[in-house]
Ligand binder design. Structure first.
Ligand code: ADP
Length: 302
């Protein structure tokens, strides 16, 4: 009799465990389906009958529905920003180009020395405005993910040499020696955008280095990253300023005599980060600065 009761109890316990396991497996399967749908971006709460869900599943479904909604809102906002940016860049292009044209036509008229200075100032300010709009459009496109980088594995030398060649004449005019040292090295990088980042570094190096100074560009490969280094013998950057110079519109207090709008390094950092890299500065006031653009050497680092 006792044996029979023990057997019945064991049977009952086994049945309870089996039912519990079956229920847990169903909950796990439904949770798995919810998360998979959410990851694919097609989660809808109505796909799951709430009356048959456990409390945990209901909470998970609500959470995923809320995040799907905010992802949709974010997508819409991005699309609106994209449209706004493209409107701004399109609508300002012609007036700014016309401003420059009229300033140049004005400069060709018989003017007093003061009038000539004013015409030159209008042209310079319009050019600055043009640069600023272009830089802002680029940086917000990168920031909002409208513009994506397409890094591919390749040699850095051709891109670095192309960038340096663009600054040779400007350096020469200013009496700054621009040297291209060792450029052999490889990385996984977007050639067009990385060239723009290197150009920003070279532009600054040539711009801030006084006549008689030198700018050297080189490449060095490490185990995981390759670094493009632009070194100059310019005024250097005080330590307290070094973390600020990558901020949007930031210019060091001593930079006011030199033309600039303060977005070059900000854009350079965005370009580096957009492909899994980073930018570093090493500078000593009165001696010079070295900017390093690190780029991953293989896809795993990105
Ligand atoms: P911009 O040069 O247009 O002002 P950037 O974003 O390129 O803007 O640089 C930010 C600031 O960092 C500059 O205003 C300048 O003060 C400082 N800086 C950048 N590069 C150098 C350099 N090579 N030597 C000295 N100062 C530099």
């Amino acid at each position: 009799m006792i044996g029979l009761m023990v057997a019945a109890a064991l049977l009952l316990a086994a049945a309870v465990v089996a039912v519990d396991r079956y229920r847990t497996a169903r909950i796990m399967a439904r949770l798995d389906r919810m998360v998979t749908q959410a990851m694919d971006g097609d989660f809808t709460e109505s796909d799951f009958d709430e009356t048959r869900l456990s409390a945990l599943e209901t909470r998970m479904a609500r959470y995923l529905a809320a995040s799907a909604l905010s992802a949709r809102n974010l997508r819409q906002q991005k699309e609106q920003i994209a449209a706004l940016i493209s409107d701004i860049s399109h609508q300002t292009k012609t007036p700014v180009a016309n401003l420059r044209l009229y300033a140049q036509l004005l400069a060709e008229q018989p003017l007093s020395p003061q009038g000539r200075d004013c015409a030159a100032a209008i042209d310079a300010q319009s050019e600055k405005l043009e640069t600023l709009i272009q830089a802002l459009v680029k940086s917000s496109r990168l920031e909002t993910g409208i513009l994506t980088l397409h890094p591919v594995a390749g040699d850095l030398a051709p891109m670095v040499e192309r960038a340096a060649a663009q600054y040779g004449p400007r350096a020469g005019e200013k009496g700054v020696t621009l040297t291209v040292a060792e450029t052999a090295g490889d990385a996984v990088f977007d050639a067009k955008w990385t060239e723009e980042a290197v150009c920003n570094l070279l532009d600054n190096a040539v711009k801030y280095t006084p006549p008689g100074g030198t700018v050297t560009v080189s490449v060095r490969s490490y185990e995981l990253f390759s670094a493009i280094c632009v070194r100059d013998t310019g005024p250097g950057i005080p330590e307290a300023e070094q973390s600020k110079i990558f901020g949007r519109f930031y210019r060091c207090p001593g930079a006011w005599q030199t033309e600039g709008v303060g977005v070059g390094l900000y854009l350079t950092r965005q370009i580096a980060q957009g492909q899994g890299g980073y930018v570093k500065v090493d500078s000593t006031p009165g001696v010079g600065s070295a900017f390093f653009l690190y780029l991953p050497r293989n896809d795993r680092e990105r």
